[in-house]
Design a protein around this ligand. Structure first.
Ligand code: MV4
Length: 500
């Protein structure tokens, strides 16, 4: 086992990796930017090194400073987490050139999967179903027009240099292609420094279903089942679950087999994710992510496999000690991403000090958090504060458990996405598993600010509740010597007008 590990990340994922490392007896080294000097991931690690001021470009993206911290600390390996440098082949190479272990796949694999047309070509050649379309960029509008005629409209223009929706343009008919092509090229160039564009058939209502894979570098590659990630906003996942509510066992087996084939085709080592679009009983390779995903906990909960621990064990040269036949999915897990954004104002980022944090617990409730009371939430980093994950025997029970946990959750001081998630748990289509990547656009009611229409009533309710709060607080002060709790809507993180 590697003796010491530097985590080149922050927030909840840095805490998560520190936990797995400590359980394996690995010394942990955190790095932090100036505003993160008292952050949970710093307090959780054995040692911590400053790497610069707040801006990511001056801290968490500074390869030289991260390697310097590794040198000073004597760390023998580096875990990149997700985001930041996690999928930069150059970083993986720099780590290896510094004589350290990069916890992740080979740099060449990262590079190959980062080129979306290269990835598609390799998948096609490996017999993995890909979305009908090109496996190489087109040079100009003329070539694009020719290709679109072969593929058939509607088509989707995509950036070869990167995923996540940047540079993507759907085109319904030929006359719209020239303008869309130029716009896609411009956006791709701005986002990735590479304007290469390719084309695919546009799938109108797919689901996003991804498969977790794990390879040990000794010829063993297994899949750990699927995750349903269709509820997204602007290519940001909001909620994930495992297993998918729609996959039949035969579909799960076929998708899993394709994902293993994909991983073997690219010499995958470590934890990775093969993304598919699933539509009308068919699935198509979308992209391969060469990092640990935010949503890995739902897979851990239904399989009982600690994915991060296995990343460290594989990086230490260990072989998998279980076969595919031993992987079992038990129960159902759901993850809500809790972000510092106001869901009723277009997920507008919110900043401030977390004045109160009450984390739900109880059977089947997991909190992967990167915050504490007093934590300053700013705008420098991704708005993900924590993930609330639940596990229960059935999907219905998991939904009920998530609703209960969200009612117990209190994050005061900043707006969070909590009320969106709470509403989602009551939404009938969600309850029925009727999902697609269009779910949010088809359920705008989840993002409406209902307070405005009940404004006066809410004010009256709020005044009454605040008065009750004062009375209860006064009573609690008398009772206080015996520590009486204050049963109040505030306790459950609900705004006063949501006393129900
Ligand atoms: C697609 C697609 C429909 N048809 N490709 C979104 C970003 C990148 N991951 C690929 N994406 C898509 N590719 C074809 N041929 C629809 C999307 C897409 C999407 C995919 C998964 C989850 C959410 C999405 C939101 C918008 C578009």
């Amino acid at each position: 086992m590697i003796e010491s590990l530097l985590i080149a990340n922050r927030g909840e994922i840095a805490v998560r990796v520190v936990r797995a490392a400590r359980e394996l007896g690995v010394r942990t080294v955190a790095v932090y930017s100036e505003p993160d000097r008292l952050a949970p991931h710093v307090l959780a690690a054995d040692e911590a090194y400053p790497i610069g001021p707040a801006p990511s470009t001056e801290s968490y993206l500074r390869v030289d400073r991260i390697l310097e911290a590794a040198r000073l600390s004597g760390a023998r390996a580096i875990h990149p987490g997700y985001g930041f440098l996690a999928e930069r082949a150059a970083f993986a190479r720099a780590v290896q050139e510094a004589g350290l272990v990069f916890v992740g796949p080979p740099a060449d694999t990262i590079a190959a999967m980062g080129d979306k047309t290269e990835a598609r070509r390799r998948m096609r050649d490996a017999g993995v179903p890909i979305v009908p379309g090109l496996v190489a960029p087109v040079g100009d509008v003329g070539a694009a027009t020719e290709a679109a005629r072969d593929i058939g409209y509607p088509i989707l223009l995509k950036a070869a240099a990167g995923g996540g929706g940047k540079g993507m343009r759907a085109v319904a008919e030929e006359r719209d292609l020239p303008r869309a092509f130029e716009a896609a090229r411009r956006e791709a160039m701005a986002a990735f420094g590479d304007g290469a564009i390719y084309l695919e058939r546009f799938l109108e209502r797919p689901r996003h279903v991804e498969i977790q894979v794990l390879g040990d570098g000794h010829g063993n590659v297994v899949h750990l089942g699927e995750r349903e990630c269709s509820i997204q906003r602007r290519h940001q996942k909001l909620v994930e679950e495992a297993p998918s509510p729609v996959l039949k066992p035969v579909e799960r087996a076929a998708m899993g087999e394709s994902a293993v084939k994909a991983a073997k085709a690219v010499g995958y080592v470590g934890a990775g994710t093969v993304e598919f679009l699933f539509q009308d009983g068919e699935f198509f390779f979308l992209e391969m992510n060469t990092r640990l995903q935010v949503e890995h906990p739902v897979t851990e909960l239904v399989t009982g496999i600690d994915i991060v621990a296995w990343q460290l064990r594989v990086a230490s040269g260990e072989s998998l000690d279980f076969a595919q036949e031993e992987v079992r999915l038990v129960g159902h897990a759901i993850e809500c991403r809790l972000t510092s954004e106001d869901p009723f104002r277009g997920f507008l980022p919110s900043t401030g000090t977390i004045t109160e944090l009450q984390v739900p617990t109880g059977p089947g409730v997991r909190w992967d958090g990167g915050i504490h009371a007093g934590f300053q939430v700013g705008l420098h980093y991704d708005p993900l504060l924590a993930k609330l994950i639940v596990h229960a025997p059935t999907r219905g029970a998991a939904i009920a458990r998530m609703a209960r946990a969200l009612d117990e959750l209190v994050i005061a001081g900043v707006d969070t996405s909590t009320p969106f998630h709470r509403r989602l748990m009551e939404e009938p289509d969600f309850a029925d598993g009727v999902l697609s990547i269009r779910y949010l656009e088809e359920h705008p009611e989840l993002l409406e600010d209902r307070v405005m229409d009940g404004g006066l009533e809410a004010m009256a309710v709020a005044a009454a509740l605040l008065e009750e709060e004062d009375r209860m607080r006064h009573r609690a002060t008398r009772v206080g010597d015996r520590g009486g709790a204050l049963p109040s809507p505030w306790r459950r993180g609900l705004p006063p007008w949501r006393s129900g």
